[in-house]
Design a protein around this ligand. Structure first.
Ligand code: DGY
Length: 322
């Protein structure tokens, strides 16, 4: 029997790659940089299975160029905003993602950023390296306390809840805003305005959709407390970066910590990079060894199931199964 043609768009961790190499002879893009759009079109023509990451835009044009034999799109990510899911659904193509396995790593990252911003860790580190540490001082680089502070979680899915669980251990009061999510880990459901009015920390955990695009805009920021710290580990597109720059520059809010930006990478000319009260790291929410291994395995399993005509273990458009 002939082998199905598969394209893997990045060098994913070996756990997933090994599974695929056992069953198939995939064409794997092994450069450090992702394929250009042109290369992606070239490499995917006639394939039956695509395993991609969030660096590849998988839209209707690409699906049409690949051809009607395309059986499955599997992304090594939980977010699928880089894929036109409705175009895939219209074509009957199941789209797989990797939920669950990255919940703890991403919640850890949100909490690490929250603490780093609260206690001004990157700023303090720059201070030491610049040779400015001349003495202990009662008022040097004072930060914010977590104990007794209120954390507002916007989006109370798996990751939002895992953040709430961590916050319990830090004796924080936790509010959340999320349509239809049930209370968990002592968190209280409130409307968005109340959350913004009462929170000392606001952490974003919504997927990027038409509804959440630039949810964090000038109006949102204007409702936050002046001492508030914003953390975003969701998607850069959820936030209006010019509005955030203005809010940070004018000390309308105290600080922000971003794991994600729009675009990625953030251009070096971005004014956000000139601010002392803005931490920016390069989209590392799920970047632990074990988590990336598990993500690659799940993505490989989704791909194998799709190629065999079986239901994907994690499918974002189950409508394709009728
Ligand atoms: C995801 O899986 O969507 C994450 O953003 C990758 O870290």
């Amino acid at each position: 029997m002939s082998q199905p043609k598969i394209f893997i768009s990045r060098l994913i961790p070996s756990l997933g790659l090994t599974l695929l190499n056992e069953h198939f002879q995939p064409d794997t893009w092994s450069n450090e940089m992702p394929p250009t759009r042109e290369k992606l079109f070239e490499k995917t023509k006639g394939i039956e299975g695509l395993l991609c990451t969030l660096t590849e835009k998988v839209d209707a044009d690409l699906m049409d160029s690949i051809g009607p034999q395309l059986k499955v799109i599997s992304s090594m990510s939980v977010g699928v905003d880089h894929i036109d899911v409705s175009a895939a659904t219209q074509r009957g193509i199941p789209v797989g993602n990797t939920p669950g396995v990255l919940t703890d790593a991403t919640a850890d990252q949100a909490f690490a950023l929250l603490l780093a911003a609260a206690r001004r860790i990157p700023e303090a580190e720059r201070f030491v390296r610049a040779g400015k540490w001349v003495t202990w001082s009662p008022s040097l680089l004072l930060g914010a306390d977590l104990a007794g502070a209120t954390l507002g979680i916007v989006g109370f899915g798996r990751i939002g809840q895992a953040v709430a669980k961590r916050a319990q251990g830090f004796d924080m009061r936790v509010l959340y805003h999320s349509p239809n999510a049930k209370p968990a880990y002592g968190a209280t459901s409130v409307d968005l305005d109340t959350l913004l009015k009462e929170s000392d920390f606001v952490s974003i955990h919504v997927p990027l959709t038409e509804r959440t695009k630039q949810l964090v805009n000038a109006d949102f920021l204007s409702k936050m407390k002046p001492n508030a710290i914003l953390v975003n580990t969701a998607r850069g597109g959820v936030l209006d970066q010019s509005a955030l720059y203005e809010a940070l520059r004018s000390n309308r809010i105290q600080a922000a910590a971003l794991d994600v930006t729009d675009p990625e990478p953030l251009p070096m000319e971005s004014p956000l990079l000139s601010l002392e009260n803005c931490i920016i790291v390069p989209h590392l929410g799920s970047a632990s060894k074990k988590t990336r291994d598990m993500m690659s395995l799940l993505a490989a399993k989704n791909l194998v199931a799709g190629l065999r005509g079986e239901r994907l273990p994690h499918c974002v458009n189950p409508q394709v199964y009728g």
